[in-house]
Design a protein around this ligand. Sequence first.
Ligand code: DLL
Length: 438
Amino acid sequence: MPIWNPQAETMSRDEMSQLQLQRLRQIAEYVQRVPFYKKAFAEKGVNPADIKSLEDLSKLPFTTKQDLRDQYPFGLFATSTDEVVRIHASSGTTGKPTVGAYTRNDIKLWAEVMARTVSAASVTARDVAHNAYGYGLFTGGLGFHLGFETVGATTTPMSGGLTQRQLMLMEDFGATVLGCTPSYSIAMAEEAENSGIDFKKRMKLRVGIFGAEPWTEEMRREIESRLGIEAFDIYGLTEIIGPGVSVECESHTGLHINEDYFLPEVIDPDTGETLAYGQEGELVFTTLTKEAQPVIRYRTRDRTILHGDKCACGRTLVRMEKVRGRTDDMLIIRGVNVFPSLIESALLNVEGLEPYYQIFVDRPKDQLDKLEIQVEANRKYFEPVDMDKLEALQKRAEHMLLDTLGVSAEVKLMGPGSIERSIGKAVRVVDKRNLYKQ
Ligand code: DLL
């Protein structure tokens, strides 16, 4: 498989560390022009000149999502808006969005990391790439667009939605590569099935590049078998660049981080202490060369584990495990920590359930937390409705959840098509307990 930039992606550890240290010193100096960072460094009693080795990174202050909110919209810019050529924003569902800003050089950097990313997923100039990530303020559409065009793939800027039309164009244009959220890929396969289209026969698709939301190995299996493709995981976030922070290679043993540009750490989310490779914690990034809106030790709230051992693909870039969810996504149900991704794994291991589900958490007055999972059962249970089999399926699902989570959940089986399909990031969790806070 092609490596887009062998010099950068297969560099020795010594060379990489040297490059990172040199860039870290530069960026620490550079951010002093941002009043927020000048103050944050001073409060920590640290100077850019104090950075003598990469270990000194841990002396630098963190940046949090709250800091970005407090500085909304342009408070963290390190350049004047004259030099900013693009602004994106995250799809924050509450309050103000998180802004991502780019100078011309930042866009060049984005094109480079996205070219590496789609190349790792085997995309070349010979491919026809169907880009169903949302175009607009969301970074997915334009980020992938840059990557596909940079490697010379024939790019269709489709955006999300209008699924019938997506299917028609994918078939007519002979798309070989699909980019969209994992949840939308499943919805596309389903729409094809419902319209009597044999997706695998009619489409030339061979590869899918999926990200922007957590998805489990079980979901990968579903996608690969329903669409007849090889599925690659891609990770990124607006605050750092958008998509292009990390991606799987053909080995599918974690996502290679473009660490010459985005310096990763994993920390203990409670103490802030830096953790060693192999330990699970919160992922933190420092952008090493970004101009418009560099960030120092940005706490992503995403949970993962870093691995530095050799990869069969030849890349030496450090790998992160598939993101297990966000620290703030973790549900505490009757004192037990529950990750939504664990619920997905459990459900998809139950024969007869479909990959459409939603998690509801509630705390009825003066009662304990209630975890309810609405999940669709396979069509065969409804044609005609077989109450006995549905009841048995519900019991199996509840057992599986209790075994996996260590806490009981009520399963509500739903008919085909009753859970809303997403065209972008799926909303998996509805936590009604928040309504009572204040
Ligand atoms: O979701 C950027 C992106 C677009 C990545 C397209 C991949 C593909 P935001 O909207 O700022 O940016 O959301 C970032 O989404 O902190 C994670 O919590 C989550 N996320 C992104 N990719 C993955 C992934 C884009 N592969 C937030 N697995 C991040 C799990 C992911 N979670």
